[in-house]
Design a protein. Structure first.
Length: 392
């Protein structure tokens, strides 16, 4: 269901975006920038934070008037593109069916087997669809005010892609490692390429906890994952964070949102654990835009934009992280700089963006020089390609 949404038009005054008048933003073809990339880019540069919120609102519209599925939930799940045997994926609009065992368990638990489910990964050893591991290789835990049964439960993650991202990957047969290994030049995704990464608090079937998170403004949906023993876990999950990524600019646009209440339910790896907060934002430019959109869209009012990166030459924000996805390394987190290292060498494999520093490692917060990538094919910022498996 597409519609035109009212938005607050913001202009930059004294370095801050200030609400001025009411205008409209058309969601009907937003993933392709309404067929006017140059015009969208010009509007975007007036206030990147406003455009990021417009996209977030459009992504959270229902797909149809009669359904509950949101627009972003119609994106293609990455695990159905980068498959375990390296086989070709189904067309974009087709989905692998939800496992029958999940549907049976859902019915027995009082869930709706006919409603959508989020697949939140596979925790078994050697799985190609890990749903808990962050970039630093660590899992991120729930805690603080969560029920005892959820204490220590990992926050879960899910990658998805838009139509034009999928079509580019499919057309170049990059859905398996063989296709990536055969590259002889750098990749160049279309300007209308989109990717999403979402973070989720696991609820299970605890109705009291589900109601609490609902009151705190979390979007809640049915979900499942495979635990370490290979058993399906079925229940509800709450959306705690979302990276929204597209290629409106050559360096891509990196915006990230999270729920204001995340510190109540997620914790650091300190001893004792502390509530997890975001040290990179909301940025000064994001704060007034957040206030405007949160007031105008109360169903999204507990989510906030942390910030936007879009140009390597822009000095701010240098750091950008989502506390739910880059929790332990926020001080070394730059979405743009990290993803700029996406590269592959037939001899060396994927580029290693973990940089040695003071006896440990750090992650790039500025774009690395081209000389670091001699012998590599650049993957145009798309690190999800690393999930591609050799064809078997």
């Amino acid at each position: 269901m597409w519609r035109t949404i009212p938005i607050a038009v913001l202009s930059v005054v004294s370095g801050l975006a200030q609400a001025q008048t009411t205008s409209t933003f058309d969601c009907s073809n937003f993933q392709r920038f309404d067929g006017n990339t140059a015009g969208t880019l010009a509007t975007f540069k007036q206030s990147p934070e406003t455009m990021a919120w417009n996209w977030f609102v459009c992504l959270n519209q229902p797909v149809s008037a009669s359904g509950t599925q949101r627009e972003w939930e119609a994106f293609k799940p990455s695990e159905q593109v980068y498959q375990s045997q390296g086989q070709a994926p189904l067309p974009y609009a087709q989905r692998e069916p939800v496992p029958e065992a999940v549907l049976k368990q859902a019915a027995s638990l009082g869930l709706n087997p006919k409603a959508p489910f989020q697949n939140l990964g596979n925790d078994t050893d050697g799985s190609t669809d890990n749903g808990t591991q962050q970039v630093d290789g660590l899992a991120f835990q729930m805690g603080n005010q969560v029920p005892e049964a959820q204490r220590g439960q990992s926050v879960r993650f899910h990658l998805m892609m838009g139509l034009d991202t999928f079509e580019y990957i499919f057309g170049k047969e990059l859905y398996n490692r063989n296709g990536i290994d055969a590259l002889t030049s750098n990749l160049n995704f279309p300007t209308t390429a989109w990717e999403l990464k979402t973070a989720w608090l696991w609820i299970g079937t605890d109705q009291t906890f589900k109601a609490t998170l609902g009151t705190d403004g979390y979007y809640i949906t049915q979900a499942y994952y495979v635990d370490k023993k290979g058993q399906y876990q079925v229940g509800y999950a709450a959306l705690s964070g979302m990276h929204v990524i597209n290629k409106l600019t050559p360096d891509w646009v990196w915006s990230t949102f999270e729920n204001l209440n995340n510190p109540k339910y997620t914790v650091t790896n300190d001893t004792p654990a502390k509530p997890m907060t975001n040290i990179t934002g909301p940025t000064a430019a994001a704060q007034p835009v957040n206030a405007s959109f949160q007031k105008q869209y109360p169903t999204l009012g507990q989510y906030e934009l942390i910030g936007v990166q879009f140009d390597r030459h822009e000095p701010q924000p240098k750091l950008l992280a989502n506390s739910q996805m880059e929790s332990a390394f926020q001080s070394d987190s730059s979405c743009l700089a990290c993803h700029n290292t996406a590269a592959y060498s037939k001899r060396k494999g994927f580029f290693n963006f973990a940089l040695p520093e003071n006896g440990g490692i750090a992650y790039p917060t500025s774009v690395l020089p081209d000389s670091d990538f001699v012998g590599y094919q650049k993957l145009d910022y798309v690190w999800s390609l690393k999930r591609a498996q050799w064809k078997r």
